[in-house]
Design a protein. Structure first.
Length: 263
């Protein structure tokens, strides 16, 4: 007897999350853990991952923390190998790790542009390339790619970041066609400005110029931030959609401040 779609959607699965040491990635990993899923959490900061794993396991879940620099394909491959050898075949993968280096195009070094592209564009493609054959063979799987509103709303001072996220969305749409009819789903999750440590390292006068430019061009209408947990809920909704349902794209934006209240 075949299990009802709702049971198939929520039964324990093995999930892998990149960029899981903070922000959206940590929130997604904890949300999967709360479902009773086995979670492989990868990032460069192992101490943060170990703290995350402790939180997940204290709540009754299972989490494998793995140090991984996603900009290095061999480390990403090793992360997947560790996850599958210790937790089982990866059935859900969230390519979340991202990097943005603010500055005008002629202010940003070639090395920094390459880091952005390797982190934001190459890593999701390498991850999907590694996981697709197994998912296709099993006839099910969810690949979720965390993009950014910058992919469709260009911002000055973020040429490399915007290009990498636009390229990511193009890659996912092509991949989706390649996977049609296989039972493997590819979903774009496009968040707006989110509460995280993403921009903590942005310092110096160029940040003031960047924010002024965003206001001038109307791409930053307000400064309300989206809770990372809200993006995690969107990811979970897509990953737990019943068979026969494909949530192709989700855009999650922070609500503007209510009238009469400061932003």
């Amino acid at each position: 007897m075949t299990a009802p779609p709702s049971e198939i959607a929520t039964e324990p699965r093995t999930a892998l999350v990149t960029g899981a040491s903070s922000g959206i990635g940590a929130a997604v990993a904890e949300a999967f853990g709360a479902l009773g899923w086995r979670v492989a959490a990868g990032a460069r900061r192992l101490d943060r991952l170990e703290a995350l794993a402790a939180r997940i396991e204290s709540a009754g879940g299972k989490c494998l923390p793995v140090r991984c620099d996603v900009s290095v394909p061999s480390e990403l491959e090793a992360f997947v190998d560790a996850a599958e050898s210790q937790l089982g075949p990866v059935e859900v993968a969230v390519a979340n790790a991202g990097l943005a280096i603010p500055g005008l195009l002629d202010e940003v070094s070639v090395e920094d542009l390459e880091r952005e592209l390797r982190t934001n564009l190459l890593h999701p493609m390498v991850l999907a390339r590694r996981l697709v054959p197994g998912m296709r063979a099993r006839g099910r799987g969810d690949l979720l790619f965390v993009s950014s509103e910058c992919a469709i709303h260009a911002r000055p001072y973020q040429v490399g970041y915007g290009a990498s996220k636009s390229g990511l969305e193009g890659a996912v749409r092509s991949l989706r066609l390649e996977l049609e009819g296989t039972g493997v789903r590819a979903t774009i999750v496009r968040p707006g400005q989110t509460t995280s440590e993403f921009g903590n390292g942005w310092v110096g006068p160029r940040i003031g110029r960047m924010l002024a430019a965003w206001k001038h061009f109307g791409v930053q209408r307000h400064y309300t931030l989206l809770p990372a947990a809200s993006v995690a809920r969107a990811v979970v909704a897509a990953a737990t959609a019943p068979p026969g349902t494909h949530v192709a794209e989700i855009e999650v934006l922070p609500e503007a401040p209510r009238e009469g209240r400061s932003s």
